[in-house]
Design a protein around this ligand. Sequence first.
Ligand code: ATP
Length: 362
Amino acid sequence: MSTIELQNLTKAFDKLIAVNNVSLKVEENEVLCLLGPSGCGKTTTLRMVAGLEVATSGDILIGNNNVNNLDTRDRNLAMAFQFYALYPSLSVAENLANPLHAENLSDEQIKKKIFEVADILQLKDIINRKPHQLAEGEKQRVAVGRAIIRDPQCFLFDEPLSRLDVQLREQMRGQIKEVLSDLKKATVIVTHDQLEALTMATKIAVMRDGLIEQISSPHDIFAKPNNTFVAGFIGTPQMNILDCKIIEINSSIMKINILGQEVKIDFKTPLDVNTNDSYFIGIRPRSFEIVDNNESDNFSGTIDLIENMGSEILVHIKINESTFRAVLSRSHRLNIGNTINLKPKEGQVHLFNKDGKVIRDE
Ligand code: ATP
């Protein structure tokens, strides 16, 4: 069984709790991305799974077996880390073959495996080259090839694409996702790149200060963030999170004071909130649409700045000395100083209490 399970896993470096009581399970076929800002504990978590760091407390189960006391080499994992160290004097084929030496395979079997991996990762044309004759993307593919050439129980990747340029990253994201979905093993990938997580993961765990803030599918992490941290961390440009006060509740429709204006929002289902209480409202920049006339219950502001985003523009809108941002089509022909009336798209408004926790009808 290829599964990875962490039970109340904690790692302290003296007084610093780098990983704080983390519990999660990665099933066979699942690719879990640990995502979060620098220093949140992603790599330490991965290193504990790999056996490169000893947990302060908690349990690590691989294939339902507790591996707390097993050395790295006895955990039957394959790892590819950010700083892929290929042997400089060995060819691509020899680098690929290296992890197989402990496996007691015949030369024929080793050749067959190299051929299979080279085929999957398109390394056949460069199979006899040495690392110094390879481009970064090719080196990265060899490193991934070395990780998958054995038949380990699980895969661990730490920032596997961080050294590649934007174009190569995009290509490799797709390629690695395909390779992983064929391998059907529990996989953990550490990344601070949300696009990487959203495209490669079947499940994302967002971490902050050693804690897991939310574990969900990529879709739910984006569409149903549990709190203002996840809401602000996922999605570019960042979600607008604004102070607000509820003025009137009429079933699912609420009149809300946002930036001093009264805005009417239909949440589609009644929510457990109170009039006159303060909340945070979250609206992504792409969740606005322009309305012609201000019907008094939409946003009405002045355009403060327009940033070019190619076919779209990022518009900074000022209302009563506060600013929020909307991504709009370039075809609107907007100018700085214009008045703009906007309303949020249906079902795309998030409400959070003052502790930052989402308010939903579940
Ligand atoms: P990054 O994306 O920058 O790699 P991360 O989320 O992977 O960050 P970790 O490397 O796991 O974060 O580090 C978590 C915290 O633990 C950080 O505050 C870091 O400084 C600290 N830390 C990590 N390793 C050690 C160590 N060996 N000794 C002391 N503190 C450490």
